[in-house]
Design a protein around this ligand. Sequence first.
Ligand code: SF4
Length: 330
Amino acid sequence: MMFDHNSKEWNDWQWQLRNTLGVEQLRGLLPDWDFTDSAAVDAAFPVKVSPYYLELLCAPAASVALRRMCLPDRTELYDAGFPVDPFDENGRNNPLYGVKQRFSDRILVMASASCALNCRHCTRKGMLTSSDLLPVDALEQAVGFVIAQPAIREVLISGGDPLMLPDESVLRFVNAFTCIDQIDAVRLCSRMPVTLPMRLTRSLTERLAASGKLWVNTQFNHAAEITTQSAAACRLLVDAGIPVSNQSVLLRGVNDSVEEMFRLCAALQRIRVRPYYVFQCDPVAGIEHFRVERTRARSIEKQLAARIGGLAMPRFVEDLPGSEYKQPLI
Ligand code: SF4
């Protein structure tokens, strides 16, 4: 253990962010990882790991799987011919600065361009810039946009990770939409329960729950990410009355086996987080090495369904550019 887990600092999410480790520090701490070409990989998408997650990387169990998700890999530089932005999220078609709409019943609001940890498999790794965010003081425009389209009933607050913002800003984003009558649900998309669980405080979760319309979607990809602290963060959300769902990504060398998926889904159910989706890795530049062949993905899904009850069985889907809904793998 490198840090004192009982210290006040360790449990302070802002201290964790101030002490986030970059590629050079990680190279010194994890000499058994192959850092070849890491400067070029880091220039394309910076390597960033919270002290909390670093400790998971150092644990012997499953450390390679976890390392693959956050340490540089030279194959990220390989050009498989995939686009940077296949869903045109950063495109001219966005109705408003920082607002994206692919489906008629929901919009996505970009609230932050940064995260506590930069996932190497991130779909938005080549396009996360602060120039495409909805500033918190421009919320009125987005609210007007929603009211003008009565078919919109759901708002996703995403990024980056919206929980990188201070509490008051997060609450302003959430409350701006929960107070609109036509809105049935606001989804907060955050990987903080996994990468920086101390970000979920009792005071924040209770205030987030107040509207009764908030849902949290997170992304645990491996059972080793479910720790005492991440379980406590999810408990705060669930006990406050906020439904928590998990959207994993199927990642080669991380969770692409029936055994790993079973362990993950069972562990999620134990902490009352619903295994909701398993996404096929998107066809995005720089993440080709994580993609699992469709036939193998289907086989994992079938075998998993035979082993686990329906409540803990996620839907295996892929998001295809131009598609009107997430396509089932089977
Ligand atoms: S937390 Fe989400 S947005 Fe941030 S790097 Fe990971 S996958 Fe991408």
